[in-house]
Design a protein around this ligand. Structure first.
Ligand code: AMP
Length: 310
């Protein structure tokens, strides 16, 4: 017979006497604001050979972030979710100021997950050890397209904070979304180059039922703008449908024109690039994978998305 149990996270769980050991447990959550305290606690857990997963985020969490958290909970004993709006990766002061911050709400969302979650929410001075600036990296040209030229300094800022997070937490795995596909490639390179001993795990893009890629920035869009923003995914799907029948320059031209004719969008770029080096090709090369990438502004909010073409 099934028994109804109410846990402290107010979720209803149906537990049979036979599956009680498999039934989910609410998250055992800890909040660390101090880097030193986090490192001390992690050292103690690692000495017990417990595996650590890291999920770096800037907060304002949604189901996209939670998909990374779930994957980490599955593969590790402890999942460290960092919540930190990193100032050095913003090239636009207004964008940084407008970025949503909602730690309390984020903690509530995470507390509904099942497993051991440590939230690391430091102040900038603490995580940067008093020197809030970016290092300079060689990304082997991965930063020379798309987000790179459009957001000067962005990837040096991202790599600086991620390297810092990896050195602080020394995780077994670190999880990044394909939503920021260029970032995922860049981080994978940095982790390998620096021999940080971590496996970087890429996770699929989570979308609204409308197709709009989930993003913390969507919260800044009106319902009408959110609905219009599905145009981005529709254009990616259109490109994918034409991928084998039209030339790459013709697909590009058609999508760029579609954006120019749309009254609500300001297109920053649309590219179809080779999926590993991000190089642009006039013609498809057999056996290579390609991806299409879009960055566009709607109502002053900058959105990015991408889709595998083959
Ligand atoms: P952010 O808080 O925007 O810096 O994102 C933190 C991590 O979550 C990054 O690795 C993102 O790529 C990932 N992420 C954000 N949105 C999504 C999404 N819709 N699907 C999958 N991963 C995502």
């Amino acid at each position: 017979m099934l028994k109804k149990t109410v846990h402290k996270d107010k979720k209803l769980l149906w537990i049979s006497p036979f599956v009680v050991f498999l039934s989910p447990q609410p998250a055992q959550m800890q909040l660390y604001k101090s880097t030193r305290d986090l490192q001390k606690a992690l050292r103690s857990e690692k000495s017990k050979k417990r595996r650590v997963g890291l999920v770096p985020t800037m907060g304002a969490l949604h189901l996209g972030h939670l998909s990374l958290v779930k994957r980490s909970l599955y593969q590790n004993d402890i999942t460290v979710v960092s919540i930190f709006v990193n100032p050095t990766q913003f090239n636009d002061e207004n964008d940084l100021a407008a970025y949503p911050r909602m730690l309390e709400k984020d903690l509530i969302l995470l507390s509904a997950e099942q497993g051991e979650i440590w939230v690391y929410a430091p102040q900038a001075e603490d995580i940067y050890d008093g020197n809030i600036s970016s290092k300079k990296y060689d990304f082997n040209n991965l930063d020379q397209v798309m987000e790179g030229p459009n957001r000067p300094g962005h990837f040096n800022g991202v790599a600086t904070i991620v390297e810092r997070l990896l050195r602080i937490t020394r995780p077994n795995h670190a999880y990044f979304g394909e939503k920021d596909y260029q970032q995922l490639l860049i981080i994978s390179r940095v982790a390998k180059q620096m021999r940080l001993g971590v496996k970087i795990v890429g996770c699929a893009i989570i979308r609204e039922s409308s197709g709009l890629a989930m993003s913390s920035r969507n919260q800044r869009l009106s319902p009408a703008a959110q609905s219009k923003a599905t145009f981005i995914y529709q254009q990616l799907l259109w490109a994918k449908r034409r991928f084998t029948s039209m030339s790459l320059p013709k697909i590009k031209e058609a999508v760029i024109t579609a954006f120019q004719n749309h009254p609500s969008f300001e297109l920053e770029y649309f590219e179809i690039n080779e999926a590993l080096k991000l190089s642009a090709h006039q013609e498809r090369i057999k056996n290579k994978k390609y991806r299409a990438f879009i960055a566009a502004k709607i109502d002053g909010v900058r959105l990015i998305d991408n889709l595998a073409m083959n």
